[in-house]
Design a protein around this ligand. Structure first.
Ligand code: FAD
Length: 281
């Protein structure tokens, strides 16, 4: 973990683009509440196959116009170079200079892979088209990507993204800090020298969390799963337990030298702010 301690800690919040006018109004309020604690930036996800291309753009520009730094996510699977070039140009025209660069997943029903196969190819393309204009974030998987052929391959594939020009990484969420510590140590051994910021998922709803975690390969440890199951529909108990567990984990991560935290806010302010307050940030 030593190499991570040299980086200043930075805190960021992730949103998804709202689908309705009501969601857009709500997100403005959420953004103002979270903005009050002065995050480094807000990031905005990009739907599979570019399904939220306009929504991501609109949300990002609205955040920026409100005076915050905004970072769009951009995934490349199913895309052409021309389409990516246009998206990059639109962001450059708006002065957006930070981007979360991903492969993404093929949307169901689509079979055209497009001109990019992996995220490292997108990082390379962005660098070749725009030099050092963008600060490029990439995804990291302390518990390994669900399609990884082996831990070693996944680490080497992560390294390809750094060699292609990524500046920093955000991890998939996890509930087992040892997975993060080991991942960072392995990265040190591979001479990967960038900040690797832990992605944090507040616990608010067990069913949703279990479904989502199965899909993205994040493990919910048995002791957490069993307790959450035992609370049933008792939202207050889930909330109290979730807040305590995540606060404790964030505390451990920061104490050990993690270079900040990236919160998957799910477009809500209260769960993230509760953890924030507990941490005394
Ligand atoms: P890659 O880094 O390309 O890796 C994907 C898989 O391919 C891994 O198993 C890797 O080991 C393997 N691999 C990589 N490179 C090579 C290579 N050159 N040769 C052979 N194998 C290789 N999804 C969205 O749709 N929208 C979002 O906004 C979004 N935001 C995210 C933000 C974060 C912080 C994280 C952690 C994930 C996000 N995702 C998002 C999910 C992500 O798109 C999926 O996890 C996707 O399956 C992989 O994307 P990646 O960029 O990590 O892919």
């Amino acid at each position: 973990m030593e190499s991570q301690q040299q980086y200043p800690q930075q805190f960021s919040f992730e949103f998804f683009p709202p689908k309705t006018a009501e969601g857009t109004e709500k997100l403005i309020k959420v953004r103002e509440k979270l903005g009050a604690v002065k995050p480094k930036y807000f990031s905005v996800t990009f739907g599979a196959g570019g399904s939220t291309q306009q929504g991501t753009f609109d949300t990002v520009t609205s955040i920026q116009q409100a005076g915050y730094q905004a970072a769009p996510h951009l995934s490349c699977i199913g895309s052409s170079k021309e389409n990516i070039r246009e998206i990059l140009k639109d962001y450059m025209d708006k002065g957006i200079s930070r981007i979360v660069t991903l492969r993404g997943d093929m949307p169901s029903g689509t079979h055209e892979i497009g001109e990019f196969r992996y995220a490292n190819e997108l990082v390379e393309f962005i660098r070749s088209e725009t030099n050092d204009y963008f600060h490029i974030e990439v995804a990291a998987y302390p518990e390994f990507h669900p399609q990884a052929t082996s831990a070693e391959d996944d680490l080497n594939n992560f390294k390809r993204k750094i060699e292609a020009g990524a500046n920093s990484a955000i991890t998939q969420y996890f509930f087992n800090p040892d997975a993060y510590f080991r991942f960072v140590n392995d990265c040190e051994d591979l001479n990967i020298n960038i900040p690797i910021v832990p992605g944090i998922m507040p616990i608010t709803n067990y069913t949703q969390l279990a479904r989502f975690s199965d899909m993205c390969g994040a493990e919910i440890p048995r002791w957490i799963r069993k307790r959450l199951e035992s609370y049933g529909d008792d939202k207050d108990s889930i909330k109290a337990f979730g807040e305590e567990v995540i606060t404790e984990m964030c505390h451990q991560l920061l104490e050990a030298g993690a270079p900040g935290l990236h919160f998957y806010t799910m477009n809500m302010s209260a769960p993230t702010l509760a953890i924030w307050k507990n941490l005394g940030l």
